[in-house]
Design a protein around this ligand. Structure first.
Ligand code: F6R
Length: 612
């Protein structure tokens, strides 16, 4: 949520920042801006809209500078507009700042500053923090770094900020709490960003800044300090990421590329872990904590959005295979309803970005209460990965499309392996079933490849229904969360209202919506609920609803009743979501495209939701 980039060194700063902002646009795209410092002073350029609009607005302007900061915004305080775009300038025009996060107690501080005569040019909390820093520096006649430290001790909320000053040459000052910051180390230059994607082509050596740390960054020096002004040793990590992974590679959209990457990403996730030939599942995070997991009295899964849907599928898997009670919670609700957490409870946090603020604060709370935290995270080194006691990465690679696709199937692959491993250790599954499910999971990448071989039928279905006002998505058992995920995907990238429901529950209310204009998507693969869902399809047909079915290859009954069908290969019902979700991702993608929507950057959304 909001992307930030900074550069200091011998290169021209603006092109580095601009390219970086384009890479970070998935984090927000309401407005963008840059502040550049050169011999003439501090200049700020900002514009409502996507980064391309900023780029266009500065054509013909001399953007020469070797120090700069840039921002792409997802609005929290103040509507998307030029005036609310970052960077902001302080009242004395000597400080420029960008911010990712929320300052919760900005209102009383703003009032104090207004009483002192400060004037605000935006509606943002960021401008309040910036002028607060200016005011502290003025009153205490101290260095900017000291003023920042004092300010940060007073504020409540989350932030990653970059600050430059006309009076402090060759320095960018940065600080973080709750919003990510990576610093790339070059030769006589430094790169700062919300994630490594703007840095990757310049250097592979990075430092992940921790919460409550301040970085004083000069071309050839990086000093890290805590809020108590004590120096911290920067821990340099080597980036394990290639430039190709963050480019479109010939696809029209990142979302389509990421859907098509799934045979490889699922394979990468299983590789070296799932060994059906020897009957082993090698997962260090589980092996080292097997007692905690096998003896857990209760597992609570916390997540948001698509990751929460993966959690619901994990609930079915873990309860069925491991016989451990599971609760699946929205992180945002879990945190604030004073949940009961007993010592020895296991919390599984699921997150693609590893930075989702709702999930992070839920975990902090659970950790304080003695819970064991297991993270299922995609982004290596992210905050959730670091706060967890143990975990397993999903290895889906960099996901850029705002709608999550390959990260979801990566989560399902990890959660299936976890459930199988715990069940086998607990002896709640027979050897035969264990081996059979391992083989079914192992076959998934090839089966996904088969689904993706020809998507023209799904594209045609999408074009047929693109003008529908509403969609209903129905499923039972393991396919119920898949229906929820299908509805979420469609809402996100086509702006069509869609609801996911358990197919049997439909008759308790939503059936009132059914008429000849309502497309109803049934996730109706061959499983133990099959006969029941056949009846549910009949109930919709009897009311003239348009049935679109995800059905198992070779099935004739469901295809015989449906108006349109998308086939997936047969597999065990525990593994089925990894396949049945793929046609729904494609359906949403093609509906979005048919409606002319920018599917990689749908309105109002951001990829990494770092505000509560
Ligand atoms: C949907 C989507 C969001 C995220 C949610 C959680 O396509 O991307 O619903 O799943 O914001 O994000 P992570 O998994 O990064 O914690």
């Amino acid at each position: 949520m909001c992307g930030i980039v900074g550069y200091i060194g011998t290169r021209e700063a603006y092109p580095v920042i601009l390219k970086g902002l384009k890479r970070l646009e998935y984090r927000g795209y309401d407005s963008s801006g840059v502040a550049l410092k050169n011999e003439q002073g501090l200049k700020v350029y900002k514009k409502k809209g996507k980064v391309a609009e900023l780029e266009e607005s500065v054509i013909g302007i001399d953007m020469h500078a070797h120090i700069g900061i840039g921002h792409t915004r997802w609005a929290t305080h103040g509507e998307p507009s030029d005036r609310n775009a970052h960077p902001h300038l302080s009242n004395n025009k000597k400080l420029a700042m960008i911010h990712n996060g929320i300052i919760e107690n900005y209102a009383p501080i703003k009032q104090e500053l207004i009483n002192k005569g400060y004037i605000f040019h935006s509606d943002t909390d960021t401008e309040v923090l910036l002028n607060f820093i200016e005011d502290i520096q003025k009153n205490n006649e101290c260095a900017l770094e000291e003023a920042l430290r004092i300010a940060l001790k007073r504020i409540v909320g989350a932030y990653c900020i970059l600050l430059i000053s006309e009076d402090e040459p060759d320095t960018i000052i940065a600080a973080r709490k709750g919003s990510p910051l990576v610093i790339g180390i070059g030769k006589g230059e430094h790169f700062l960003a919300s994630d490594a994607s703007p840095i990757i082509e310049y250097t592979k050596e990075v430092v992940y800044v921790n919460d409550y740390e301040i970085a004083i960054v000069k071309p050839d020096e990086l000093i890290l300090k805590n809020l108590g002004n004590e120096k911290q040793t920067p821990f340099i990590t080597k980036l394990d990421m290639e430039l190709a992974a963050i480019e479109k590679g010939g696809y029209e959209h990142f979302m389509l590329k990421e859907i098509h990457e799934q045979p490889n990403t699922i394979h990468d996730c299983l590789r070296g872990r799932l060994l059906p030939e020897t009957g082993q599942i090698m997962m260090g995070g589980i092996e080292n904590n097997l007692d905690a997991l096998v003896n857990a009295q209760r597992i609570v899964i916390v997540a948001c959005g698509t990751s929460w849907h993966a959690g619901l599928i994990a609930e079915y898997m873990i309860e069925e295979l491991c016989r451990i009670p599971v609760e699946v919670e929205y992180s945002s609700e879990f945190r604030y309803r004073n949940p009961i957490i007993n010592k020895g409870d296991v919390i599984i946090a699921i997150s693609q970005s590893g930075e989702t603020a709702d999930t992070l604060v839920a975990l902090e709370r659970a950790k304080e209460q003695g819970a064991f935290i297991f993270g299922v995270v995609n982004v290596v080194g992210s905050s959730i990965a670091r706060i967890s006691h143990a975990g397993a990465y999903t290895h889906a690679g960099h996901e850029i499309g705002v709608a999550s696709t390959k990260a979801f199937t990566g989560q399902l692959a990890v959660l299936s392996m976890m459930a199988l491993k715990i069940a086998y250790a607990k002896k709640t599954i027979t050897h035969e079933r264990y081996i059979q499910l391992m083989n079914d999971l192992h076959a998934v990448p090839e089966k996904v490849k088969e689904i993706l071989k020809d998507t023209s039928n799904i594209k045609a279905i999408a074009e047929k229904y693109k003008d529908a006002k509403d969609f209903l998505f129905l499923g039972r058992g393991y396919n119920f969360p898949v229906a929820l995920e299908g509805a979420l995907k469609l809402k996100e990238i086509s702006y069509i209202h869609a609801e996911g429901y358990p197919a049997a529950e439909m008759k308790h209310g939503p059936i009132a919506l059914v008429d000849e204009n309502l497309p109803v998507v049934f996730v109706a693969t061959k499983d133990s609920y099959y006969e029941k869902i056949v009846s549910n399809v009949q109930e919709i047909k009897a009311r003239k609803g348009q049935v679109i079915a995800v059905a198992t290859e070779g099935d004739t009954i469901i295809p015989g009743m449906a108006n349109d069908v998308m086939f997936v290969p047969d597999t065990d019902e525990v593994i089925a979501p990894l396949l049945s979700t793929i046609p729904l991702q494609l359906l949403s993608y093609y509906v979005g495209i048919a409606k002319g929507i920018d599917v990689d950057k749908p309105r109002n959304l951001a990829k990494s939701v770092t505000v509560e």
